[in-house]
Design a protein around this ligand. Structure first.
Ligand code: ATP
Ligand code: MG
Length: 503
């Protein structure tokens, strides 16, 4: 979890500034042993080439839990301002060592902090602060000493890297592990997803805490102004008036004077008023077909892969969008269906069987329809991006089965499987053609020989030309499948020169 949280912060920070991320992770055991059977202290370092953190913010960003939380929403890996700080706190609790944060925003000066978190007051304590030259490089490096069980964690860390490399195919990721092995995942594309935009909360997504926070920060003196004045996504003055009438709240009521009961009543009305405009999803940032294809080709080397991106939808006022990738065959994938789940580009590695994608894959897809046997080497990739991913628990582990999301995953998966099924049937036809050609090749010379003798001719017909022709002009049925694959347009064939030539 510590590796994941620190890496997420690095990736978020670089991507937000449109920087192609380079993230370097090093884990070494404090006693120098390659791998300890017992949990022991490790030094974890995560360094990035991101924009760096303003030195004034460093103490709070890394030494105060919940520092990240803001009123506005944006699709990002980080959610609460808890993740990185928790990893640091965990390190402090288990090893009693300070965290070291080195960061530069200008590439000239590097600010280095040694810090502890004063737990009882949730505030940072700076033990040492120094500066040195940054050698032209911006970015952040966090060093934390923490107790861990590397033998047990190694596989999850490996999975996390592999899967991150798959969706963030534009990042360079390097892991140096306690055994001294370096695993490098190199970027396969220079394109990055669009930078997610900030958005105001949609009224349907309001809760009592968020509303109280709003009352605290607003300068507005009346409820009418508060509602209609740029605190809510797509709510203007007219809608604000209508809403307050619906909620039974005096437009001139002072936000600061609302009772708890009134607040609960307003929030309930906000969640249920039917005439708010739906959230605008253009602020979301899906991985995109090209980047996901590049990732699948790089990490899975499949024989066939395809990506389906669904149009955006919304649940409870939060816009969301589903992307699905299907990779089939090749040398890397093992027999059987493998589900790889992602949310806001984070691989979800735990509790697969509780996740909505697992439910769709196992309960809502009629696999026989797509002629994909259970043992087919297949990877299904599901990605859900949203300004708020509906995780079922506080950890970012698995996604709740919200009906709106469930149906988008189902549709995307069906679309992708239809393409796979077309590819497979085309490949099957190709093999049938090949078999036919082989038979012609075997018997035609003999038929030609005997026919020449029977016709009492000297020169046999040119049967070689016939074999060649049947290779070039396949039967009608196969050509039809090829057309359809073209029409669907998105199917991509890898390492199948023959099939491509044919289509
Ligand atoms: N490597 C980094 N580069 C730049 N800024 C960073 C970096 N790491 C952390 N930050 C800043 O510190 C803040 C706190 O990070 P933290 O991980 O605690 O919370 P978060 O990422 O906002 O949410 P989550 O709890 O989901 O991780 C971030 O929001 C970010 O502004
Ligand atoms: Mg974080």
């Amino acid at each position: 979890m510590a590796v994941r949280e620190l890496m997420e912060n690095s990736l978020d920070a670089a991507e937000l500034q449109g920087i192609l991320p380079d993230v370097y992770v090093r884990i070494i055991s404090s006693d120098g042993a390659a791998a300890n059977m017992e949990p022991t202290a490790y030094r974890l370092s995560v360094a990035d080439n991101g924009p760096g953190v303003d030195p004034h913010h460093v103490p709070r960003a890394f030494g105060k839990v919940f520092y990240g939380s803001k009123y506005v929403l944006r699709q990002s890996r980080g959610m609460f301002g808890l993740g990185g700080t928790m990893a640091i706190l965990y390190g402090q609790i288990t090893t009693n060592k300070p965290v070291k944060v080195a960061t530069s925003t200008d590439g000239k000066t590097k600010h280095i902090f040694d810090m502890l978190i004063e737990i009882s007051e949730n505030k940072p304590v700076i033990l040492k602060k120094e500066t040195e030259g940054a050698a032209g490089k911006t970015g952040t490096r966090v060093d934390v000493m923490l107790e861990g069980d590397y033998i047990r964690a190694a596989q999850k860390i490996g999975d996390y890297f592999k899967q991150t490399a798959l969706v963030a195919s534009y990042a360079n990721l390097t892991l140096l592990d306690p055994e001294g092995r370096i695993t490098a995942y190199e970027r396969a594309t220079e394109s990055m997803p669009s930078v997610p935009q900030e958005t105001l909360p949609h009224p349907h997504g309001m809760d009592v805490e968020a509303f109280k926070r709003l009352i605290k920060i607003t300068d507005e003196k009346t409820m009418e102004k508060l509602m209609g004045n740029k605190h809510f996504h797509r709510v203007g003055e007219t809608t604000a008036k209508k809403f307050l009438a619906f909620a039974g709240i005096n437009p001139n009521a002072r936000p600061g004077k609302l009772t708890n009961e009134q607040i609960v009543k307003i929030v309930d009305a906000l969640q249920h008023y039917p005439d708010f405009l739906p959230p605008d999803a253009s602020i979301l940032s899906p991985v995109g077909e090209q980047i996901l294809q590049a990732g699948m080709v790089k990490e899975l080397q499949p024989e066939f892969s395809t990506v389906v991106e669904r149009p955006p939808g919304s649940y409870s006022g939060f816009p969301f969008l589903v992307e699905v990738g299907v990779a089939y065959g090749g040398r890397v994938l093992e027999p059987g269906r493998k589900l790889l789940r992602f949310a806001n580009r984070i691989p979800l590695l735990y509790d697969e069987s509780s996740d909505v994608s697992f439910k769709v894959m196992n309960e809502q897809i009629d696999w026989r329809r797509y002629h994909v046997p259970d043992e087919a080497p297949l990877a299904l990739i599901t990605h859900i991006c949203s300004t708020k991913v509906p995780y079922k628990t506080v950890g970012k582990e698995y996604i709740a089965d919200r009906p709106e999301i469930e149906s988008e995953i189902r549709n995307a998966l069906r679309d992708a499987l239809r393409r796979l099924s077309l590819y497979l049937s085309k490949k099957g036809s190709m093999e049938a053609v090949q078999r036919k050609i082989n038979i012609y090749g075997k018997y035609l010379p003999m038929i030609a020989k005997f026919a020449t003798e029977l016709a009492e001719r000297k020169k046999p017909p040119n049967y070689k030309r016939l074999v060649k022709e049947s290779e070039e002009t396949p039967g009608e049925e196969e050509a039809g499948v090829g057309d359809e694959q073209k029409k669907e347009g998105q199917g991509k064939l890898n390492g199948q020169a023959k099939v491509e030539e044919y289509s």
